[in-house]
Write a protein of this length. Structure first.
Length: 536
């Protein structure tokens, strides 16, 4: 059957290397991956292997944001991991290269590698180039915030349309340190992507060379017996968390690293993110809270330079193995800093003394929730709850000018099980900022945030409402308090009163009775466990 599609005896005598391609013709993030996958296969052949390419699905977070389709995003992570695992096990490949782009394809690839433990690596397709709007660099974040500004009458329909036309100028994943570029950073810092490969922008000519080089790297992994679980160790996970904290990365990294750790058999808990973040300075001045985009960081010195900074400060384990066969400390010694760059701050002048990830707990989030504090946000907020049982209702309230300064927007029933699929709230958070309420309104949800979200926002509130978590008992007007310094999120209602309210609570009926969403809702674990699916 292999001969029927053109493979020869010579081809089949060589190691068979799977190439998992997440190409899809629905988004810029993955649109160019056919080209890169072809280069990966050239490299595998040149290094003495026989490549066999296969595809997975992919879902765009940005395009589905604020819609029913966003429920598919996190679900797709499991399906992508499942499909890579299935093909690799079914076809009995000797090794695998995963070519990824958008948000969920990256952790999904790492999860599949951890499950199969086949020699393999992850290659990220790269970041998009920043758009330019009237002389200013812009990204997709600016479009979402412009929607809110347009609703507030601050910009015209034509201005919004003109921005929309230039914000995404070509292939590549969203340009700031949003979820895709955050997880790209994670893959290099954890060692499952060769250092320096991922941060090369999507349409940079060097990306083709790097893709071909992946062939040599994966064949060396096979020859030397380097397997994913040799790389993805507890010290490597702590290195990855430090990379997220130092770069001001997305809160989604918490969810994804917990999931990858569980697939790799590594003991990692949500509180570990707080521990690592507290000892790690914020060094990269990247959007959404900073000035620069991921391509700027690449030109400044890239992940290698950030890694060297952290190693110099003794904030990483330099002995952690990478897929190149070298330790991460060895890789970092090759960092080259561009003179006069100001994207990555020096150790003695960090943007913030501690990293951006903060884990809050309290009577509203006994299992924890995640906030991103990049240095510009308020550290305290107390205000009345404005409670919404879905994202659409909250969005209508924001754009209808029904949210006032001081309010705490509460969005529930959007968790992994209740959603199902734990939608991202960028439409709402972007609209809040666009309405001019970013510095006076706080938000909490059992759903997720996009990496482009900024402001005092707490996501992944666990247990979620659909599991009977305390967020299900909150009522309009309840006073809610954020205290970031104390790592506290609480509602000013007694424990007895909360229990009394929950006596009449009933779990909501699943939104989907059949199909993939129903299966996911039945099998998914809490966000505090990475929202992985587990057999019952």
């Amino acid at each position: 059957m292999f001969k029927a599609i053109g493979f020869t005896d010579t081809d089949l005598a060589k190691p068979i290397i799977g190439v998992a391609n997440t190409w899809i013709e629905t988004m810029p993030c993955n649109f160019h991956l056919r080209r890169l996958s072809a280069k990966v296969k050239e490299g595998i052949r040149a290094a003495g292997g026989t490549p066999m390419e296969f595809n997975t699905i992919a879902i765009s977070d940005g395009e589905t944001m604020g819609t029913e389709g966003m429920r598919a995003s996190l679900v797709s992570r499991e399906l992508i991991a499942d499909s890579i695992e299935l093909v690799c096990r079914g076809q009995m490949f000797d090794a695998v290269v995963c070519v990824v782009g958008c948000d969920k394809t990256i952790p999904a690839a790492a999860m599949a590698l951890a499950r199969t433990n086949l020699p393999g690596l992850v290659l990220y397709g790269g970041t998009i180039t920043a758009g330019n709007f009237r002389g200013k660099d812009v990204t997709i974040q600016d479009v979402f915030e412009a929607v809110g500004a347009n609703a507030a009458g601050k910009i015209s329909d034509q201005d919004l349309h003109d921005l929309e036309n230039v914000a995404c100028p070509g292939a590549g994943a969203c340009g700031g340190q949003y979820t895709a570029n955050t997880m790209s950073t994670v893959m290099e810092m954890i060692g499952i992507s060769p250092m320096g490969f991922n941060s090369v922008p999507a349409m940079d000519l060097q990306k083709d060379e790097i893709a071909a080089e992946c062939g040599r790297v994966v064949m060396n992994c096979l020859k030397d017996g380097i397997r994913p679980r040799d790389v993805m160790t507890r010290p490597a996970f702590e290195n990855a968390i430090a990379g997220v904290a130092a770069s001001g990365g997305s809160t989604n990294a918490v969810l994804h690293l917990l999931a990858i750790a569980r697939e790799a058999g590594v003991d990692l808990e949500i509180d570990d993110f707080q521990t690592v973040s507290e000892r790690t300075p914020l060094l990269a001045d990247l959007k959404p809270s900073g000035r620069f985009v991921a391509a700027d960081m690449h030109r400044a010195g890239g992940i290698r330079l950030l890694t060297r900074r952290l190693l110099d400060g003794k904030m990483l384990d330099g002995n952690a193995l990478t897929v190149t066969g070298r330790q991460i400390g060895e890789e970092a010694t090759e960092a080259k800093e561009t003179p006069d760059q100001d994207v990555i701050a020096p150790l003695n002048k960090p943007l913030k003394k501690t990293g951006g990830l903060v884990i809050l707990k309290g009577n509203l989030a006994p299992e924890g929730c995640v906030a991103k504090i990049s240095g510009h946000e308020r550290l305290e907020h107390r205000g009345p709850a404005r409670v919404f049982d879905c994202e659409e209702d909250a969005m209508a309230a924001v754009t209808g000018k029904k949210i006032k300064g001081g309010d705490v927007v509460v969005i529930r029933n959007e968790g992994p099980k209740g959603g199902p699929g734990m939608r991202e709230m960028l439409s709402v958070t972007g609209a809040i900022v666009g309405e001019g309420l970013g510095q006076s309104v706080a938000l909490l949800t059992d759903g997720r945030f996009s990496g482009a979200t900024h402001g005092l926002m707490a996501g992944h509130v666990s247990p979620e409402a659909a599991l009977g978590g305390p967020i299900a008992a909150v009522r309009d007007g309840d006073m809610i308090r954020f205290d970031v310094k104390q790592r506290l999120l609480e509602v000013e209602v007694s424990s007895d009163a909360l229990r009394e309210r929950m006596k009449n609570w009933k779990a909501p009926q699943p939104r989907y009775a059949t199909g993939v969403f129903a299966k996911y809702g039945a099998l998914v674990a809490s966000a505090s466990q990475g929202a992985i699916t587990r057999p019952r």
